[in-house]
Design a protein around this ligand. Sequence first.
Ligand code: NAD
Length: 469
Amino acid sequence: MVGAGYVGLVTGACLADFGHSVVCVDKDAERIDRLNNGIIPIFEPGLDALVKTNREAGRLRFSTELGPAVNGADAVFIAVGTPSRRGDGYADLTFVYEAAREIAASLDDYTLVVTKSTVPVGTGDEIEDIIRSSRPDADFAVVSNPEFLREGAAIEDFKHPNRIVVGTDEVRARLLMEEIYRPLFLNQSPIVFTDRRTSELIKYAANAFLATKITFINEIADLCETVGADVQDVARGIGLDNRIGNKFLHPGPGYGGSCFPKDTAALIKTGETYGVPLRVVTTVAEVNQRRKRAMADRVAAALGGSVKGKTIAILGLTFKPNTDDMRESPALDIIAALEQLGAKVRAYDPAGMDAARPLLPAITYAVDPYDCATDADALVIVTEWEAFRALNLQRLKSALRQPIIVDLRNIYPPAEMRARGFVYRSIGRSTRDARRDGGDSYSGVETDGLVVEGSGLSERRGLKKEATT
Ligand SMILES: NC(=O)c1ccc[n+]([C@@H]2O[C@H](COP(=O)([O-])OP(=O)(O)OC[C@H]3O[C@@H](n4cnc5c(N)ncnc54)[C@H](O)[C@@H]3O)[C@@H](O)[C@H]2O)c1
């Protein structure tokens, strides 16, 4: 396994758990050192136990030396990063090409070179050329096998995938891939065999489609707020249609993470390269980017129009729960925008603060949600960690300078929050809930769940009624 990051480490550990003998190789000596000392360098639930069991059983090893690992291997997986190339958004394949050259040097008997990294159409051909040109004698096949695991549920996803995609035209390669994934075959996980280029494109099409679904419901959420509809019910109402499906219909601050932003950008570039503009995906990427920063305006609106000089508490920094991954997290854009608007930011995240510190050096880091909320003018829920779903609301309210919560993940019921005296803003859940409550705090003003009356809080705290989103 070349690359011991999120994908390489999880894939390596899971393949070892299937009974295969696996060596995970990484250039990062410190990472390998930690792994050899039983320390898992990433946060991924269940991974520490899986690595431990398989290391102890002698099936999983870690090394910085690629040569000896390739020598004698039946298959070499490339699981290195493919970030966005600076400036143009195309996938940066430097690490992939470098891995291909290094693998070529150590090939001996027939070997599968399996691309697990997400790579643009045609990369398999290039890997084959790189290896062939330096080792015309080598007996090998380059196979595409994109990964679909989700960080935070990676082991479950790897072991119970919706599907496995394998791109190769060679029978021998196909048989070996079947052998590698046999335990999943036995679990009846569907395997899609196709050609290499199609397999490469499947990965990008899947991510672009999911990004589109998220962006679609986000725009519908904005419309809900304006027309007085409820996006949660819209999502349910459309999601129950099997043709649509209920996944990825949760409105929020915009997608982020290590995959969607870079993969949509790379797919758009592929379209441009081949003269086939991908207009839907292009729009999705633009809308999403704008949305992330626009979340800061929502916070300002909840505070009466300005965050200048205010302290904003941010709960959740990672791009989703159960990971420490900060790559392209919406929190980065939201916090940058809040700082630009003159706010002071204090943040708490259960797992992401170490990764966040170098990216967000100017903010203060709290030790828990209540510490984060202390004397803040508003609390913003950015990531829906489980630990944020059942906060002690009384404690939170006493800690805050003003009981204002902007919930960008819709994890609390608006009616309950209002009843507890919070000024509560969420996404796409408009006035309907207030009307359903019997209008105890509903003033007739179109708001997205803002407490305006009833508790008397608004008057006491001098908060303005407003109809903004
Ligand atoms: N993270 C995800 O959720 C996810 C899901 C599906 C697919 N992918 C794709 O998988 C690939 C890997 O993503 P990741 O998140 O695991 O990346 P990552 O940055 O966490 O890990 C990549 C690792 O590869 C190592 N590396 C780079 N060049 C090397 C070389 N020549 N030899 C040895 N090690 C080398 C790096 O040191 C790093 O540890 C990407 O193409 C990504 O798009 C990621």
